[in-house]
Design a protein around this ligand. Structure first.
Ligand code: A3P
Length: 322
């Protein structure tokens, strides 16, 4: 793992790789652009990879998403001289875009005039639940056990403290908040892609300058749907990962999935971190948390206290009537 980096990363990212990631220069070939699909894990990265590659590469995008949009900070993406591996470079040459997916903070990415950045953000609580399912089914490299063994409450306690790979969700949001207003950065919400797929794809088509007609976009939309991607999972699930049980990487794809998993303690911990990180309120682009905040306040009273309060009110009412 890269030791000189404040963001907790996996051991597939060496210090050397991180340096190359920070300093990548614009492509020398004229007109070749870079696209960074950036996210906190489990926020819809693969979905964005598939959508963007369909817009950019068209019929050249028929294989696994990592062929054309590899994981930027993985050692395996780089050769010993600090260039992306030749097989990736050849594919990138063909489509005239160097596309990567990354979980690195904004400050760890290269900035140059040919680079474009898409940040996909998902409700942090849903990302946490999705991450839990991922890590509690992903087998360790030696196959001996799953990467995370424990309950959701145990996972969440570590997650909220930034002790799970890639660090705290709020720190990721804070990092990318600094990219607001950058001409070549666009923010996309997972929830908006789900609720308005066509609108989101049109927005990305304009941002990337890919100039697909409305008809072409319409014809692509069915391939961006959850069921289609699930049916073609071999193009989307990580290539080097073995799963325990019958886990499916394209798992549920729902908004608000945390409601089925999260308890009052997790809700309180999440909102406490949220309020500490953003005392003035969560930036609007990162999601809508008001209702849940009220819920968390309600939840901050233990059931016994609520029953006692109800009893006092009922007793007082009875006394008044009496
Ligand atoms: P769930 O585990 O909640 O189902 P990432 O690619 O960043 O790892 O994100 C994975 C999450 O995105 C998973 O969430 C996965 O199901 C969801 N996802 C992938 N493709 C999707 C699609 N077409 N529609 C909705 N959700 C999708």
């Amino acid at each position: 793992m890269a030791q000189d980096c404040a963001q907790p990363l996996l051991d597939i990212t060496s210090t050397k790789t991180l340096r190359w990631c920070r300093t990548l220069k614009a492509a020398e070939k004229k007109g070749v652009k870079d696209l960074f699909i950036c996210s906190y894990p489990k926020s819809g990265t693969t979905w964005l990879q598939h959508i963007c590659l369909s817009l950019i590469a068209g019929k050249d995008h028929t294989g696994h998403v990592s062929e054309l949009a590899p994981f930027y900070e993985a050692d395996a993406t780089w050769d010993e001289h600090g260039h992306v591996t030749s097989d990736v470079a050849i594919r990138h040459d063909k489509i005239r875009w160097r596309v990567f997916n990354t979980h690195l903070w904004w400050e760890l990415l290269p900035k140059h005039h040919q680079a474009r950045y898409i940040y996909v953000v998902r409700d942090g609580r849903d990302a946490a639940v999705s991450f839990y399912h991922h890590l509690s089914h992903q087998l360790r490299k030696d196959g001996s056990d799953v990467v995370f063994k424990g309950t959701y409450a145990q996972f969440h306690a570590l997650w909220v403290e930034g002790k799970i790979a890639y660090g705290r969700w709020v720190d990721h949001i804070r990092s990318y908040h600094a990219a607001r207003g950058h001409k070549f950065v666009v923010f996309v919400r997972y929830e908006d892609i789900k609720n308005n797929l066509s609108g989101t794809v049109h927005k990305l088509n304009a941002f990337l300058g890919t100039d697909l007609s409305a008809d072409s976009i319409e014809s692509l939309l069915p391939t961006f749907r959850f069921q289609w991607m699930k049916a073609n999972i071999s193009r989307f699930q990580p290539l080097s990962v073995q799963w325990a049980g019958n886990f499916k990487f394209i798992r549920k794809g729902e908004i608000g999935d945390h409601k089925a998993t999260e308890g009052p303690a997790e809700a309180r911990a999440f909102f406490a971190t949220l309020h500490n990180a953003f005392p003035g309120g969560v930036p609007k682009w990162a999601g809508e948390y008001k209702q849940q905040r009220d819920g968390a306040r309600r939840l901050s009273f233990p059931p016994s206290a609520r029953h006692a309060a109800r009893f006092v009110v009922a007793f007082a009412a009875a006394m008044v009537c009496y």
